[in-house]
Design a protein around this ligand. Structure first.
Ligand SMILES: [Ca+2]
Length: 528
């Protein structure tokens, strides 16, 4: 049918005008954030429990800086991570679930016979017969967020713990996209000694404190030193070049070293208070340099605590995929983009920061390996619904139970919970919902089939017991370092009963694994 003017023409004009203005509104909302290239400061504590900070209801008054930051920030109420350090860190850096990079297995697990046995491997030996660790780390072919942001013109800095490979240069932070590095490579650090037990298989202390991948000698308490370094780096930045700073605190992870002047306090509370002070110092530096308005600041935590009492009201601990192991506090502040005191119940996983940061930085999106990340800019800054409805926490072939979240449901091994109506996971509803169990089992199984082959792990750590981590740093360590390590080793337990090990055994089932964290706390190399 012929359309005759003038009425239809007016209608067309009206319609096109409406569509255009509507489209313009949508694109301008997206464009308001995409490619705006804010500075990004991502601060992550280690093993902090949900119940510990004041903004989550603790009445102890130990976290005034975090609480004040919470009041200025947007709070995520449905934010998740993996249940242990290394998996969460690899997922953050790559935007990919930990099993895809075999990061659900930590580097030190490849020196522990009970873990190796689960992979059909045995403890390796150096040519002279000394038991040693097989090299396991985040594959250097993975694209990290530091590499993506560096390529997009950002200055990239890591202050704190790495835990994604401690030996070969390509596995260390500066081989994975960080232009500045400060802190330790391994799973934890003596806050004063700057050493950690090699754990495993050799039992003795190794030095693990570096700046730009050179060992450094420093006095002081690790949490305070991290804050001081972060402040120094922030002070050197300019408005011309955006920066990405990843501050991976070791606090409140063991060993339970108490900060100076807080000897009368409960060690965990003293360590938390020191963490809070460090976060406050970094926030102050951001303000002092005039970066507040163009800096996206995130304060969050990597995985659950070692004791269930610290996870309240949630069940479980670190190393379990109960909510207490995987649900984390997460505060986000970007003035003009987030609303102070607002909250979002949209589902988000640690991987999602990857695509979100790439979107904000205008970094290249195309890459060889597919990500599990969603761009969350619309949810975080426009109040849109979360694009995520599923989280894969663990799959077969992990030391922990295969666990999947789908909508309100979470299947953890054979247990099914509705974590929305039953956030404390008190009622296993698997028997009443066989169809849901079957559907989620099939899904987590199918995703698990995507795990790549591990290979035979031919590279070994040689020597079996380094003096300092980093193959190059260990070639010619300074005299002060050799002396310090020898002194600490002389105070360590020298003999172990047959069959006894100083490191934790591989977990079995849903809850046995929580002992892992408690054993870490006792692995205290050296006095203050
Ligand atoms: Ca941790």
């Amino acid at each position: 049918m012929m359309i005759t003017p003038p009425f239809p023409r007016l209608l067309l004009l009206f319609l096109s005008g409406f569509l255009l203005s509507h489209l313009a509104a949508i694109t301008s909302a997206a464009a308001e954030h995409a490619g705006t290239r804010p500075n990004i400061v991502f601060m992550m504590s280690d093993d902090m429990g949900w119940a510990q900070p004041g903004f989550n209801g603790s009445k102890k008054g130990l976290t005034p800086n975090m609480d004040a930051f919470a009041a200025e920030s947007m709070r995520l109420d449905n934010y998740y991570t993996h249940s242990v350090c290394a998996p969460t860190r690899s997922a953050f850096l790559t935007g990919r679930y930990a099993f895809r990079t075999w990061s659900d297995w930590r580097s030190e697990d490849f020196g522990k016979p009970s873990y190796l046995a689960k992979l059909g491997l045995t403890l390796a030996h150096t040519p002279d017969g000394t038991p040693t660790r097989r090299i396991h780390a985040l594959d250097s072919d993975e694209r990290t967020i530091a590499e993506a942001l560096k390529d997009a013109g950002y200055f990239t800095s890591l202050v704190g713990k790495w835990h994604l490979g401690e030996w070969l240069p390509e596995h260390l932070p500066m081989g994975q996209g960080f232009m500045h590095q400060y802190g330790h490579y391994g799973w934890g650090i003596g806050y004063y000694s700057k050493m950690i037990v090699h754990n495993a298989p050799a039992r003795f202390a190794v030095y693990d404190w570096h700046r730009n991948q050179k060992p450094i000698q420093e006095k002081g308490y690790a949490t305070e030193l991290f804050a001081n370094e972060a402040v120094r780096v922030i002070e050197k930045q300019t408005k011309e070049k955006p920066f990405f700073m990843y501050v991976a605190f070791n606090a409140v992870h063991g060993p339970l070293d108490v900060p100076e002047g807080k000897e009368d306090m409960d060690p965990r509370e003293a360590m938390l208070q020191s963490l809070d002070q460090a976060i406050g110092d970094i926030l102050k530096a951001i303000d002092a340099q005039g970066f507040r308005d163009n800096t996206l600041v995130i304060v969050t935590n990597d995985n659950g605590p070692v004791l269930e009492a610290m996870s309240k009201p949630y069940r479980g601990t670190k190393n379990t995929t109960f909510e207490g192991g995987v649900k984390q506090p997460c505060l986000i502040r970007w003035p003009g983009h987030t609303t102070a005191g607002a909250s979002s119940d949209g589902m988000m996983f640690i991987t999602d920061f990857y695509s979100t940061f790439i979107e904000l930085a205008g970094a290249e999106k195309a890459q060889a390996r597919p990500v599990d990340a969603f761009d969350m800019t619309a949810m975080l800054f426009d109040g849109a619904k979360s694009p995520r409805n599923e989280i894969i926490y663990d799959v077969k072939g992990s030391v922990r139970l295969p666990t999947i979240r789908s909508g309100n449901y979470k299947l953890m091994g054979d247990m099914l919970f509705d974590v929305v109506s039953d956030p404390g996971e008190k009622n296993d509803i698997a028997k009443e919902n066989p169809d849901v169990v079957a559907r989620l089992k099939a899904r987590v199984d199918a995703v698990g089939d995507e795990r790549p082959p591990l290979g035979d792990k031919p590279l070994l750590m040689e020597p079996a017991l380094p003096t300092v981590y980093g193959i190059n740093e260990n070639k010619n360590p300074p005299a002060w370092l050799i002396k310090a390590v020898a002194e600490v080793r002389s105070t360590q337990q020298q003999r172990w009963a047959l069959g006894e090990t100083p490191w934790p055994k591989a977990p079995k089932g849903a809850v046995a694994s929580k002992m892992d964290g408690l054993a870490d706390e006792k692995a205290k190399p050296g006095k203050k």
